[in-house]
Write a protein that binds this ligand. Structure first.
Ligand code: FAD
Length: 443
């Protein structure tokens, strides 16, 4: 393998890298997909709901075996909960519209799902013209890129060097190689990254389905606001086949400046009235933590390509957070696909210079990835208003407490309940008007 020159080396066997590798193998490119983990995705952490049709378009087998699918459940029930110390108010939406293939979103357990993606890449390689010369190499850590005359032309892993016309950097948010060649800043500001923490709680499948009123492969995703002790971020609960993924994503800068640590915030969340009964009958079987981009478009490098290399997925900071969901995996896969298509074009032209690879960024700009990130730039500012993480959830719950109260006293009109709650809160009517207007414009 060492003497071979590849058309493309893909660093990172997460969702972005596997998506790119699959497209390249399908198009008879000679590839090397390198993953440092024991298998593709073995180290990956995600909530996680994989949204949209991109995954299915690249991996059509995804929905072929619904008796034993590689994903966990299709999500046809969405819930957004606003949490205060003792209460929780939720918007709950369930629909049969999301029951059909291609599903709107499916819950996945990454180490299992990404392993399946890696197997699909191997299958595509076995059917390609380079069945004997393309590889998925696991337990290989890429330490640096080989750069000659300003052009990336391969990778170094320990004593080994591998050459390629082009390298796709799909290495995730830590992006050390991307920084090595100057595509990402040497130091990424802490305000652009968050810390994700997740526990998997396992149940008897019937018990889980009864708890969440699920039938067959139906699933629920529940996002939480106000469960973070005032720290920027939110919580999530996603149903898997016989488990739930429960966790938090907290802004690293805000967390660092607070008196809390992430484990205590999660423990407190687990004791909340909206969670503690859910955990009864379950057993915590897995615990993991990972860094994730916060979804600020300003983190994305202006240029995602250079001579001989492109950067995709989390390494490029591509994540959309509109408050109602985190979209990272679908953006990663779409960017992987577009990078692969640009590289296929570059091969036809025999030109892997940055002028040629700019085609990747042009495609990305025209895709839903950059359009959504641009259109929802204001949403990012809106949901990162510090009042969102405590004051507003507290206000909503204080209103709801009195709306539903029956205490033998004369009832108050809703208008008066709202006025009393606002007067008792730290928020002014001006804050409310501003926030309502901002929300209306940005969401
Ligand atoms: C707690 C949490 C919850 C989340 N929830 C959701 C969700 O519900 N929905 C959603 O869409 N997104 C979610 N995300 C975001 C999502 O996980 C990421 O956006 C997505 O995984 C990015 O994919 P990627 O392929 O770019 O990077 P990754 O998935 O991080 O994959 C990078 C891969 O590269 C490998 N690698 C890195 N460096 C090297 C190297 N030098 N050599 C070899 N291999 C290397 C790694 O081992 C890894 O397998 C969540 C993230 C977290 C942390």
């Amino acid at each position: 393998m060492e003497d071979e020159k590849f058309d493309c080396i893909i660093v990172g066997g997460g969702v972005a890298g596997c998506a790119a590798a699959k497209i390249l193998a399908d198009n008879n490119m000679k590839i090397l997909l390198v993953e440092k983990g024991e298998w593709t995705g073995s180290k990956n952490v995600s909530g996680g709901v994989l949204y949209g049709p991109t995954a299915w378009e690249i991996f059509p087998e995804l929905y072929n075996t619904l008796e034993n699918p590689p994903f966990e459940r299709f999500i046809n029930r969405r819930r957004l909960s606003f949490v205060s110390e003792e209460s929780s108010f939720s918007i709950d939406y369930k629909t049969d519209h999301y029951n059909k293939v291609p599903y709107n979103g499916v819950s996945v357990l990454r180490s299992k799902f990404d392993r399946w993606l890696g197997e699909q890449v191997e299958e595509a390689i076995s059917k390609s013209s380079f069945a004997e010369d393309s590889f998925v190499a696991t337990e290989v850590m890429v330490e640096s890129l080989i750069v000659k005359n300003g052009k990336v032309c391969g990778i170094k892993a320990g004593e080994d060097e591998f050459e390629a016309d082009c390298v796709i950097l799909a290495e995730g948010v830590n992006s050390l190689l991307t920084r090595q060649i100057g595509l990402q800043k040497e130091m990424v500001d802490a305000k652009y990254v968050a810390s994700g923490i997740k526990e998997i709680w396992q149940y008897d499948r019937d018990l889980l389905e009864a708890k969440f009123q699920l039938d067959g492969l139906e699933g629920l995703s529940n996002e939480f606001v106000g469960c973070t002790q005032g720290i920027e971020g939110g919580g999530f609960l996603y149903t898997n086949k016989d488990s739930i993924s429960l966790g938090l994503v907290l802004g690293i800068k805000d967390l660092r400046e607070s008196d809390h640590n992430i484990y205590d915030v999660l423990d407190k969340f687990k004791e909340h009235t909206s969670i503690k009964n859910i955990l009864k009958g379950g057993k915590m079987v897995e615990y993991s933590a990972h860094v994730v981009p916060v979804g600020d478009i300003d983190m994305i490098p202006k240029q995602l390509y250079t001579d001989g290399a492109v950067v995709v997925g989390d390494a490029a900071g591509l994540l959309l957070n509109t408050g109602k969901s985190i979209e990272g995996m679908n953006l990663a896969m779409e960017s992987g696909r577009l990078a692969a298509l640009a590289i296929i074009d570059a091969k036809k032209k025999k030109d892997f210079s940055k002028n040629s690879l700019k085609n990747y960024q042009d495609r990305l700009s025209e895709s839903f990835v950059m359009k959504d990130l641009k259109n929802f730039r204001g949403a990012f500012q809106f949901i990162h208003n510090p009042d969102m993480f405590q004051k507003y959830p507290d206000l909503i719950n204080s209103i709801m407490k009195d709306v539903f109260l029956v205490d033998g006293q004369e009832k108050q009109k809703t208008r008066d309940i709202i006025k009393k709650a606002v007067d008792e809160s730290d928020l002014s009517y001006w804050d409310l008007m501003k926030t309502t207007l901002q929300g209306g414009i940005s969401l």
